[in-house]
Design a protein around this ligand. Structure first.
Ligand SMILES: [Zn+2]
Length: 290
């Protein structure tokens, strides 16, 4: 059995994983107190939870999934949690517990889980997009998988400022964060839960102002997606992250737009679109596969 850990911008999730199955999962959303000394608190939280798990299970390996630029298990750049930059969770945890620990980029972890056990299993080449607060991306050919920065491909010159410093990046128009923010601004919803936003969109999607928000999102999203199709000619594009919970609201509109407008060079190259099997658990499962 292995432990898969996903350290996100707003919460930590820890799972006991057997092959692709999650046996048990603990999730902890950061509160204001926790955030004040987040680096120390995350280390303490992980050590405490892992100690608890080791009392019950025999664990052969620990895998950690993190957003950012990672080299040899060290998190060098973290757009979500800059307080963690320079940290090497593998050194900290393997010396504490004498168990091998790997740290990898979240999109690569999620892509691995979907390629080995999930929605990409039967495809020879493709792209997997992890769409949540930002947009992570990997592409694969056979069993080789590469991290791509499609989230920071510019789709609007002099567009919105991105957290990377550039303007008009795909993720400033195509992330779930932007769809949520736009929905909140028009609906008056104050709660940030994806479930509330989705319920509102489903109930009100025929209203002109809501339909306009969804269509604007789909227009911008398809601009980025069509570039990815032209660059890769993928057999499949998989969608993970919180985007996968919006399938019924978004996917047909995306297909229609790509089918009915000239957005990429060859319609015969239209890839299959599939939703991630493991949704937000893919990072934890995939973290254990390195
Ligand atoms: Zn950017």
């Amino acid at each position: 059995m292995k432990i898969g850990i996903d350290i996100g911008g707003s919460h930590i999730a820890i799972a006991i994983v057997k092959r692709e199955t999650i046996i048990e999962k603990i999730e902890y959303p950061y509160d204001i107190e926790f955030r004040k000394q987040i680096r120390e608190n995350i280390i303490k939280y992980l050590k405490d939870r892992i100690s608890d798990i080791l009392k019950e299970y025999k664990i052969e390996k620990i895998g950690i999934s993190l957003a950012g630029y990672i080299k040899e298990n060290t998190l060098l750049v973290s757009p979500n949690l800059p307080e963690l930059e320079g940290i090497n969770f593998a050194d900290i945890l393997s010396s504490e517990f004498s168990i091998p620990v790997n740290v990898n980029i979240d999109s690569l972890c999620a892509g691995k889980a979907e390629k080995k056990y999930g929605c990409l299993k039967s495809y020879e080449n493709g792209v997997f997009l992890v769409i949540g607060t930002g947009i992570g991306a990997v592409s694969f050919h056979g069993n080789n998988m590469y991290v791509n920065e499609y989230g920071h491909m510019v789709i609007k010159r002099d567009g919105k400022l991105c957290r990377c410093g550039k303007k008009g990046c795909f993720e400033t128009y195509g992330s779930m964060k932007i769809l949520k923010e736009n929905t909140k601004s028009i609906s008056g919803i104050t709660d940030n839960s994806g479930e509330t936003i989705r319920a509102y969109l489903r109930q009100n999607k025929e209203k002109p102002e809501i339909s306009e928000i969804i269509n604007q999102y789909v227009d911008d999203f398809c601009m980025g997606l069509s570039n990815i199709i032209d660059i890769n000619s993928p057999n499949v594009i998989g969608f993970g992250g919180s985007f996968s919970y919006y399938e019924d609201i978004l996917l047909d509109r995306i297909r229609n737009k790509l089918n009915n407008e000239i957005l990429f060079i060859d319609k015969k190259r239209m890839p299959d679109f599939v939703m991630g099997k493991f949704r937000n658990d893919a990072g934890m499962i995939g973290a254990t596969l390195f």
